[in-house]
Design a protein around this ligand. Structure first.
Ligand code: FAD
Length: 392
């Protein structure tokens, strides 16, 4: 058991809050510094795959998640004309692995994580600006001019992490060449059956949707193009034009969206880093391993990080040893997902009609079996924590 009593966490996103819950449960008090004036929700909804649900189960949070998050029954992949490219029966994961895959509103996940905090102080409107460490602890410098001291520092401060920058220097993230618009539509199960996920491929464009609560459908429209743009009023009209002629229900989803829910995001990631932390300082979530949305695992991996970090702090005597063990365990798993997301993103953004036709032939031939096997392996990873381990 480590001697750590207090941890400072930079960033109150999904990763920072999950880390605070997990460390509290390991008997470690945490202070979360969040630069935003309030905890930022950032985006409409997200998929929590079975591996993340099993990690959340180990924190005792899945009952609360399941009260709000629809269980996903199938994931379908289609062309913009509506032709089926592949379908995964993810509804069977609950019986096989002990937890389902769910879709959830980000705001709901934030609320659930906050209910799990037992010994955490959250200071919003306060950014971490730097740190110094010595043999006994870490001193964090904060944007209000104050400092705080703890046994360890966790940089859960996202892709532009200040902690990462101090450790490794400032390298800009890699732009994936596409922009995502996300929104929430009000549509019932008569149009979008409960528990359905659909990812639809066009030419240099994609549209993804799934229900995140009864009557609420999260969607994402993706298009190749330059970074740095902005939207004014009329973003829904532009979205509808981008997907003109696409099979039902794409236009109905766009038409049922409140324009104020639409968020625009330039898609960025990084190649895997060989170094995450140093001594009493480490990284977690997007600060450590930012990956594009193409595997739907960025937040899931942040939650896994949190649980493993707490496990290592429970079992290793010294903080630096525990952090090194955490990083050694997490790097290979997250690196493979960063790489897979990058490759899938490139395939998804193809726009040449011949290449698009070839992509769809490949998907029809192998997507259902090949890619589903990899999703099953990801889910199985989470059974390490499951009370239901062995069900597979
Ligand atoms: C379009 C899209 C779709 C996605 N879909 C999914 C999905 O379906 N499933 C999934 O698992 N993942 C998905 N992701 C990825 C997921 O959103 C991220 O991986 C996840 O939110 C990362 O959480 P985080 O806490 O590590 O970082 P962030 O969410 O970036 O949180 C970092 C926090 O740190 C704060 N901060 C920054 N700098 C400082 C500082 N210096 N001091 C203090 N605070 C600071 C920020 O304000 C922020 O609140 C998607 C991402 C995108 C863009």
């Amino acid at each position: 058991m480590t001697t750590a009593q207090h941890a400072i966490i930079a960033g109150g996103g999904i990763g920072g809050l999950a880390a605070a819950v997990a460390l509290n449960q390991a008997g470690i008090r945490t202070t979360v510094y969040e630069r935003g004036e309030e905890l930022r929700v950032g985006g409409a909804g997200l998929h929590l795959w079975t591996n993340a649900m099993l990690a959340l189960e180990s924190l005792g949070l899945t009952d609360a998640v399941r009260k709000t998050a629809p269980v996903q029954q199938f994931c379908e992949f289609r062309t913009w004309r509506g032709d089926l490219l592949g379908s995964w029966p993810v509804g069977e994961f609950e019986d096989r692995f002990g937890q389902p895959t769910v879709a959830i509103a980000r705001s709901a996940l934030h609320e659930v994580l906050q209910t799990g905090l037992t010994d955490t102080r959250i200071r919003t409107g306060t950014a971490l600006t730097g740190f110094e460490q010595d043999g006994d602890g870490v001193t964090a410098r904060l944007s209000d001019g104050s400092t705080d001291r703890a046994d360890l520092l966790i940089g859960a401060d996202g892709i532009g992490s200040a902690v990462r920058t101090q450790l490794m220097g400032s390298t800009p993230p890699r732009y994936a060449g596409c922009v995502a618009w996300r929104g929430i539509a009000s549509l019932g199960p008569d149009v979008i059956p409960a528990g359905s996920f659909r990812s639809i491929f066009g030419r240099g464009t994609r549209f993804v949707y799934y229900d995140i609560a009864p009557g609420r459908v999260h969607w994402m429209s993706v298009e190749n193009g330059p970074a740095g743009g902005t939207d004014g009023p009329g973003v829904l009209e532009t979205t509808a034009r981008r997907h003109q002629g696409w099979a039902d229900p794409v236009q109905r989803i766009i038409a049922a969206t409140d324009e104020s829910t639409v968020i625009r995001t330039d898609i960025v990631d990084r190649a895997p880093d060989t170094q995450w932390g140093q001594g009493r300082v480490t990284l977690l979530g997007d600060a450590a391993h930012p990956m594009s949305f193409n595997v739907g695992q960025g937040a899931c991996q942040a939650i896994e990080d949190a649980v493993i970090l707490a496990e290592r702090l429970r079992s290793d005597d010294s903080v630096p040893t525990a952090l090194a063990a955490y990083e050694a365990e997490r790097k290979p798993r997250t690196a493979s997902m960063q790489k897979a997301a990058n490759i899938l993103g490139k395939l998804g953004s193809w726009s040449n009609p011949v290449a698009v036709g070839a992509r769809h032939l490949i998907m029809r031939a192998g997507w259902e079996r090949g890619a589903f096997k990899s999703i099953e392996a990801d889910a199985r990873y989470g059974t390490r924590w499951a009370s239901s381990a062995g069900r597979t």
